[in-house]
Every structure is written in C-alpha cells, then in structure tokens.
Design a binder for this molecule. Sequence first.
Ligand code: PRP
Ligand code: URA
Length: 207
Amino acid sequence: MDVLVVDHPLAQTRLTAMRKSETDSGVFRASLHELTTMVVYEAARSFATESYPITTPVAPTEGTRLANPPLIVPVLRAGLGMADSALALLPESSMGFVGLARDEHTYEPRAYMESLPGDLSGQPVLVLDPMLATGGSLLHCCKLLVDRGCTDVIVCCVLAAPEGVRRLEESGLPLRLVTASIDEGLNDKMYIVPGLGDAGDRQFGGM
Ligand code: PRP
Ligand code: URA
C-alpha cells in the first residue's frame, strides 16, 4: 500500500491547532477544512488528466480536465468535516456516504448508514475520515467499496496510528493512504496517542 505523509509546514500548523485541547470547536473545524484541502490536493497528484480544446480571449489552445473524477465518500460523523473542502477542490465529483460508530467496549465499527452507487467498477473513490486508529472503521468502509467493484481507493485522513496503517496494509485491498501524520500508537482505550481526542465530538459535541 502506498502511504503518503503530508508534512508541509502549513499542514503541520493546522494539525497542531487540532491537537491542542484548548482549541474550540469552531477553530477545530476551520483547521480541519484547511488541512483537508492540503491532504486532498496531495492525494490528487496521481489523478489522470485529459486534454480538450478550449479558447482563451486570445487564441484557441488545449485545456486540462480530470479524466475520471473520484466519488467522494465521507465516513460519518467525523468525515463530514472534510466533505466541503474535498468537494470544493473536486467540483466535478459526486458523493456517497457511509455512517459508522465505533463501539466503545469492543472498538468494532457499527454500521448505521450506507448510501453508495451499486457499481463502482472503473470508479476511483476518495474516502474521508480524519482518524485511522485500529483501522476497523476504514477497513469496513473500504470493503463496502471493493465489494462494489472499486479497484482504486484513496483514503484521506488527518491522523493515523501505525496499528491502523498495518491493518489496512495487511488487508490486501487496493488502497492508497494520505495522512498528515502517523502518530506513536494507541492507548488502552484505542485512542491515537498523542492524537487529538475524539474527532467527531471535537467538531460536533458529545453524543
Ligand atoms: C472515529 C473516527 C473513525 C473511527 C476510527 O469515529 O472518525 O471513523 O473512530 O477508529 P478505528 O480506526 O479504531 O475504527 P467514531 O466511531 O468515534 O464515530 P464519529 O465519527 O461519529 O464520532
Ligand atoms: N476515533 C477518534 O475520534 N479518535 C481516536 O483517537 C481514535 C478513534
């Protein structure tokens, strides 16, 4: 699995704002929006383009467009905070949705929502979830996509634990991962350390 860590200075300052426990939810969400722009920008480097004829005010020339814009799939709830920035960079894309909540005792994902096209063959998919911890949630989401025929899944997150990266790698699924950091590991509650806490609660408040 290809893994890209976006270690740009501006990505690291946004990530620092998100990590700090005194950051309020407004600044947390704004930092996530900006950081998502950087992560998706890097993820899009590999996208295929095609030329087509255009005319400038001065002369005819060749323009460039994405040959196959990806389907964007935020993993609810926390991935919702990445959706607007990704769609702003990829206005030609459409969106699917997957809703998952991690059980606080077993740490396994419980699926509560799924809105995806039935056939994803030939369709690249950009999955958005700020946190890759044990990897259970993203693995569940990626399996749904691969089961529908997808052979090119690009996972965009903010923070990954080495345990989650390994789990995605060992799945053998056709994945690439773009993240702003790979942290030290997981604590006994399966939170990323040093991490940033609960990405859903920090954006939207506790349930
Ligand atoms: C968080 C996060 C991931 C998942 C990561 O969501 O957004 O989806 O946990 O943990 P894992 O890698 O161990 O599966 P959560 O289940 O807390 O739901 P939320 O987005 O509604 O807060
Ligand atoms: N989900 C989160 O929101 N944060 C973690 O650190 C782990 C799972």
